[in-house]
Each structure stands twice: as structure tokens, then as C-alpha cells.
Design a protein around this ligand. Structure first.
Ligand code: ZN
Length: 99
């Protein structure tokens, strides 16, 4: 089940579009509290890039598809990751850092 994150302070439900291009922290439009992504989720996001690159290399070797198609596929995967990324966020009041 995909759920959009809520404000840790006032339980305001963020809209998908508000989180689409979020980097670092976000301010709650309702109560003004700063939102930090939990480190657990951040770690997951950090791994998306290398995981995608590995997947693309594996596909290239197994199916012998052209580099152009692999790049297109990679672009598509990145787009999908971007679209679903707001659903992976979870906010706290503490900046926990990535590691
Ligand atoms: Zn709030």
C-alpha cells in the first residue's frame, strides 16, 4: 500500500506534487515545522542509482540489447523512481543523517 507521508507535528498530509522534486528538508505548509526524511528511507534512495546501473549492465549482457535501448530503459526506470519517490518518504523532526 502506497501512502504519502504526513507532518510529524500536525499530521498534515503532503500532496504528491509537493514532494516530487524534494531535496533534503521540507517545510510543512500547515504548521511550518521542518520535515526530515528518516535515515532508513534515505539509505534506500541512495542505493537506487547504483542498483539501476547494475541492472542495466546485467540486461546488456544477458539479452544483448543495444546500448540505446538500455539507456532508454534506464531513463524510464529513473522516471518511475521519481514518480514513486514521494511515497517512500517518512518524516521526523530530527536530522538523522544518511549513515
Ligand atoms: Zn505540520
Amino acid at each position: 500500500m502506497l501512502n504519502l507521508p504526513t507532518c510529524w507535528s500536525c499530521q498534515y498530509s503532503f500532496k504528491w506534487i509537493q514532494l516530487l522534486f524534494m531535496t533534503g528538508t521540507k517545510q510543512c505548509p500547515s504548521c511550518g515545522a521542518k520535515q526530515y526524511n528518516t535515515s532508513r528511507k534515505k539509505r534506500k534512495i541512495v542505493w537506487i542509482g547504483p542498483a539501476l546501473a547494475t541492472l542495466m549492465l546485467v540486461l546488456l549482457n544477458i539479452f544483448h540489447i543495444s546500448l540505446m535501448n538500455v539507456l532508454l530503459l534506464g531513463l524510464l526506470l529513473l522516471l518511475i523512481a521519481l514518480v514513486i519517490s514521494p511515497f517512500t518518504y517518512e518524516f521526523t523532526d530530527k536530522n538523522e543523517g544518511v549513515f
